[in-house]
Design a binder for this molecule. Structure first.
Ligand SMILES: [Zn+2]
Length: 149
């Protein structure tokens, strides 16, 4: 799943802006970008959420700027990590692990509260957030293992 770029270089995770229908600028979209040529591809686990998000925008009549990080939590966590301007894949991965673990632990605390209150809507919402965060992290880890080999 994680190949080197066709040019032979490593692809690192980044947040990019995508333009949709020439009108909507969606910032903070996680992609794997080559460090050498201009190739990039979406992080696979985000595709369903990105499609869902684009549908949720509905009819686009005028230009707009939106941030995927506002709706997709892993992108928000990643934005925090990448704002640290780390250079090495290993250092980015380490900080990702810490940031995602922190967020997941915070959600698990909330989950316990929601459980005690018996709030099924809240419980479901937290479960969805946890699922997205762990799916995203899994991909990150697979990628790192690939880089280390
Ligand atoms: Zn390349």
């Amino acid at each position: 799943m994680y190949m080197n770029c066709n040019c032979g270089q490593i692809m690192k995770v980044e947040l990019r802006s995508l333009i949709y229908l020439r009108k909507v600028r969606i910032s903070h979209v996680p992609v794997y970008a080559c460090q050498d040529c201009s190739a990039y591809e979406l992080v696979p686990s985000i595709k369903p959420d990105l499609v869902c998000y684009i549908h949720s925008l509905g009819e686009v009549d005028s230009r707009m700027n939106v941030s995927f990080a506002d709706t997709y939590e892993p992108a928000a966590v990643l934005r925090e990590v990448l704002s640290l301007s780390l250079d090495s894949v290993q250092e980015i991965q380490k900080q990702c692990n810490i940031a995602f673990d922190d967020r997941i632990n915070m959600l698990l605390d909330l989950y316990r509260v929601a459980k005690i209150k018996g709030d099924s809507v809240w419980i479901a919402e937290i479960q969805t957030r946890l699922r997205k965060l762990t799916a995203f992290m899994k991909i990150q880890k697979e990628y790192l293992e690939y880089c280390m080999n």
